[in-house]
Design a protein around this ligand. Structure first.
Ligand code: LMR
Length: 342
């Protein structure tokens, strides 16, 4: 073979080797980090806000920079309803909405968590979320293009208003902001009050403008949303639970390299332990801060007043049983040990 041809063949071989090598490299190595946009609607200084930051830190460290988590708190990107749509479209990859916000997706069984006085304490909640019902609810999300990864606590909600509330009758006729849950709508109506669905980002402006008279929030959101500046009374009814589901766009999750998915699962497991450890103390600290601020009178109902709230609100279970599903509700009652007569 003439020397010129040998040279050309040599160059072609080198080009092919480099090209093949590059094809191998590009199919085995991500170009730039995998970006996870994690959007949420509350302040960074809440149990949810802090746990999202912790998840980010663990995911980025343990993946050695292969994953980048961009956190958007305080509805910076989307409000309650929009963030779920954005997740389905893939505009964000992860969220942690409250369990009260899943019905608009067509999974109304999540509203079971909104039933008044269903849970005595966090342990009762965990017996539901960590077992068959928790798994079943996450399975229902898959058909919506969403994967449920973890349950996170917040705490127990209390009514806030600008007039003193000691008994159910004191709420009569008041406009109370609720999340977009039919169970919460029924709960507020059972008290003779008027439910108003508002996104979390709109709570403070609506209270300030007098568009609504009151809320049902747990202490940490009551404090960090600044609602305490524009609400004169907080009555510690503890009448309902507020918790979250950490969810991810299913197509995105299934498409991740399996080693990256393992790292993220581990990071989320640890962030979940952390979140559930700090949820109660965040609420206790927020309540202390509300008391210290002095703008809101915090009232602890007597046992008789608490019993009156229970009596007014427990019929909501029966009215909403068909919506939630009677079998599912029975399973939840078994797990929690709920007895209507207590
Ligand atoms: C609310 O809308 O009151 C809560 O769900 C906000 C949150 O995410 O804690």
């Amino acid at each position: 073979m003439p020397r010129k041809h040998i040279l050309l063949a040599g160059i072609a071989t080198v080009v092919l080797l480099i090209g093949g090598g590059w094809a191998w490299v590009s199919s085995h190595v991500e170009r730039g980090p995998i970006v996870i946009k994690f959007s949420h609607v509350v302040a960074p200084d809440t149990a949810k806000g802090r746990a999202v930051e912790y998840f980010k830190q663990l995911a980025e460290q343990r993946s050695h920079g292969r994953v980048k988590v961009l956190v958007y708190p305080n509805s910076q990107l989307y409000k309650d309803k929009e963030e779920l749509e954005a997740l389905q479209l893939g505009s964000v990859q992860m969220l942690a909405p409250s369990l009260a916000k899943f019905a608009p997706l067509g999974v109304k069984e999540f509203e079971a968590f909104d039933l008044p006085y269903l849970f005595d304490d966090y342990d009762a909640v965990h017996r539901v979320t960590q077992d068959r019902v928790g798994k079943l609810l996450f399975n229902r999300l898959e058909a919506k293009g969403i994967k449920g990864l973890a349950y996170w606590d917040n705490g127990f909600k209390h009514f806030s208003t600008n007039t003193p509330v000691r008994n159910p009758a004191d709420l009569k006729g008041l406009r109370i902001r609720i999340q977009s849950s039919k169970v919460l709508d029924e709960e507020v109506r059972a008290l003779g009050a008027l439910p108003q669905v508002l996104a979390f980002a709109d709570v403070y402006p609506a209270l300030q403008a007098g568009v609504v008279d009151g809320t049902e929030l747990e202490a940490s959101n009551f404090y960090t949303s600044q609602a305490y500046r524009v609400q004169k009374y907080l009555t510690l009814t503890g009448h309902g639970y507020l918790g979250y589901a950490v969810i991810v766009n299913k197509g995105f999750w299934d498409g991740l390299p399996s080693d990256v998915r393992n790292i993220l699962e581990g990071a989320l497991r640890d962030a979940t332990v952390y979140e559930n450890q700090i949820a109660r103390q965040q609420n206790d600290a927020a309540l202390a801060a509300v008391r210290a601020a002095g703008t809101t009178t915090v009232y602890q109902p007597t046992p008789a007043e608490r019993a009156a709230f229970k009596q007014a609100l427990l019929p909501v279970h029966t009215r909403m049983a068909d919506r939630i599903g009677r079998d599912l509700l029975q399973q939840i009652y078994q797990d929690t040990g709920f007895r209507a007569a207590r």
